[in-house]
Design a protein around this ligand. Sequence first.
Ligand code: ADP
Ligand code: MG
Length: 401
Amino acid sequence: MNINLTDEKGHLVQEFEYDFDAMMMKAESQSGNAFSNAVQVIEQSIKEKGYLKNASTPSNIIKYLKSFAAFGYAEKPLVISVKKINERSAAMIDTASTTFEEIISLPNEELQKRYNRLVGLDDIKSLIKKEGATIMAPETLQNWSKRFHNKSLEALLSFSDRYPFFIFEGDVGTGKTEFAMTFGNELAQATNQEIILARMSMKSRGNGVVGEMSKLITKSFQDAKQLATSTKKPVIVLLDEADSLAQSREENQMHHEDRAGVNALIQGIDHIRNSATPILVVFCTNRLGALDPAIKRRAALVHTFSRPNLEQRYEVFRKYFDDITLTPKELAHLAQMTGESESNNYGFTYSDLLTRVIPQSVLYAYPDKPLTFKIIQQTIQTIQPTAPFVEQNNKGGKVLG
Ligand SMILES: Nc1ncnc2c1ncn2[C@@H]1O[C@H](COP(=O)(O)OP(=O)(O)O)[C@@H](O)[C@H]1O
Ligand SMILES: [Mg+2]
């Protein structure tokens, strides 16, 4: 199979041939999903060639591989957007990529599009642009102070007490991960520099073995610091779904492992705080209100993500069904239908709308009918909103439903 590496503008930078069977054999010998493993095998060889994969395109790659596996060939090469990296950084990124699930270079067009598509987050968007810029490019604050006051204001000293650490909390499917994955792009553009995004999902990584979670956290902070130092580029460390970890240490039945994890996290934040090249830690959790106070106290920003309200649901439908000419009244009706009801005191999440209502409506119409208000309405009637995340016991939460 052939792989074409292209730059941000889509120009070919390198093409190479790849032994599909050998790769799949390697991928199948590892635990977990063979196709996901294959993506990592490919990423690895891209890195060996001195490039870093740009977008978060694993699903495209997986689609390509599945089709290749089914047909035994592909008409077109697999195209992967990349960025050139120097040797030292390459070595470091290589080490870090065993710790993190994804390392992406920003700005990135695909992520910008996803960011633009997010509905109802204007407040946090403008807030983060400021907060983030003061962390990722501290000199911008100094420049402002000099410009308007001709000196560095005393008030700026208050910023040195803050930790470069954001918490995104809120119910499942409310956009925490999507926002956390994409806002860095805006920061890269606003501060006019390249930023590295390193993401780790704690859920898929830290489960089970005692001591693993805290080791992993410690390692992610160490690697992030080295990554920032060797590349001289600011790094965003995204610790996603760190749910059990965020739990208060005061809950007396708290699992010993979680407590070690909380301590590792606090130490880690202290560790990266004074890094010469800025590092921003973002922590996403479903565990509303159960966050350890010691962690919360350190955060420069805590934002709670919520389910969309009536207007926001309207906006989602308007955005996605704009080109099938629904009337404002029909849009309002869809927004109404997906809200709270007599049987549910909660409405649809963003995820319910985006990953269920909209695609299922399309599939309902496809292939022999046009997409209409009526079809969308009927689809909604078959779907129940996801139940809120509730605390189940002291070791973890459970989604009832
Ligand atoms: N504000 C939003 N506007 C549009 N789509 C959204 C919004 N929030 C979430 N989504 C979509 O919903 C899905 C789930 O979002 P995700 O970020 O994974 O939720 P969480 O991490 O809070 O559980 C994604 O497909 C995402 O694109
Ligand atoms: Mg998430």
